[in-house]
Design a binder for this molecule. Sequence first.
Ligand code: 5AD
Ligand code: SF4
Length: 455
Amino acid sequence: MGKKVYLQTFGCQMNVYDSERLQGLLRSFGHGITRNAKDADIIVLNTCSVREKAERRALGRLSDLYRYKQKNPHVMLVVTGCMAQRMGKELLEVMPYLDLVLGPDQIFQLPTYLQNNKECPQVAVCSSREDFDSQKIWQQEILPERKTPFTSFVAISRGCDNFCSYCVVPYVRGPERHRPTHQIIREIQLLAESGCKEVTLIGQNVNSYKFKGKDFADLLQMASDQTNIDWIRFMTSYPKDLSEKLIDKIATLPKVCEHIHLPLQSGSDRVLKEMNRGYTSQDYLKLVERIKERIEDVSLSTDIIVGFPTETKQDFEKTLDMVRKVEFDSAFMFRYSEREGTKAASFVDDVPEEEKLGRLHILIKLQKEISKKKNLRLLGKTFQVLVDGKSRKDKDKWKGKTKSNKTVIVEGNGSEDVLGKIVFVKINEADSFTLFGTLQEQVLMKKSVNRNYDF
Ligand code: 5AD
Ligand code: SF4
């Protein structure tokens, strides 16, 4: 009999995608999805381990949700994802009331376990990793169930081989495995046929994608040529693997969005070496120069960690310096969080917490100023915007994204229904995080591949 499932997701795009695909799969097994935990027969928390805070939040939420099980013992409490993989049986010691603990490679077995309740183990995490081909779920045409029908993630790989010294991902998500090209293309086409306008190809390091002689640049070409999707985004790009061939594809394929998420992590060569990142600040700068030269109107975003073990004030100054030089459009900025089992966990975490916080505030303030400065340069220009909903603050306005991944609030004329459409918007205001513009009705139907429009 169909159950009602409540699903909450923590962490990165890969977890969001796994949850959305799991929702699609659960529905195909006759289950329903509920947004209210109190109505659920099954409560699933898809968890993240990348920083300690993410784990603490998930554990807090779990003890909070336990009350539903106390009231209704038939309720199943399930933990999936990276924290499930990392902690395994240990989770049951803290929370013996959990019914099921599934690692990221076992998450799609949930519907089968629900069917065969008796054979359901309490903990199923993985030591040897399955590849895409050996997992039936990847051969099934299950589409991710998204919040908005107009955009979707599509996984092109799982796991990571980079072993950055601070990062737990290679341990919890296993080695890098690449999804067969035909599966990816098929999923994009099915999404396009269902009304989706934009896909974001995701992997821990999309630039190292390889399948039967095809690399990531070839995959972008194939997705452009062989599907009806309008826009193609991708993330995350690892600086050492971003090839000239790929830059060329981003520059020339009109469907490929001109936004690159390129984690810098630190501006200090010494720290980069300790992080095992495999590039120097000069390598990074040269790459950025090349990207800016070749890709018109490109936007760059990044990830930065402050307070990595042994990071001095001078090292941190170098990070600020790089941020000033590159002028990122936006950045995700984090305090270093020690993760058990990683190489960096054996280093002395010697930057005091308040110093880490202080550095983080300085960095965020600087980036905010740069983001604003860059956004102000766009005033008066017209961009294509994919409208994906109403503005949260003002229901008379639309909200969407440019190809360069900037959020835009769009003032319409009230009568135009532009939801799910790619429209032209003239920018007339901007702050650090958002552009504000007006709909350019006269060019609504114009089919052009140029990237910005000076009218
Ligand atoms: N501490 C702080 N930030 C981390 N990240 C990964 N591991 C850690 C950690 N131990 C950040 C990196 C990565 C992003 C997804 O999370 O910046 O790019
Ligand atoms: Fe972690 Fe580095 Fe892999 Fe990213 S590339 S998931 S930071 S190990």
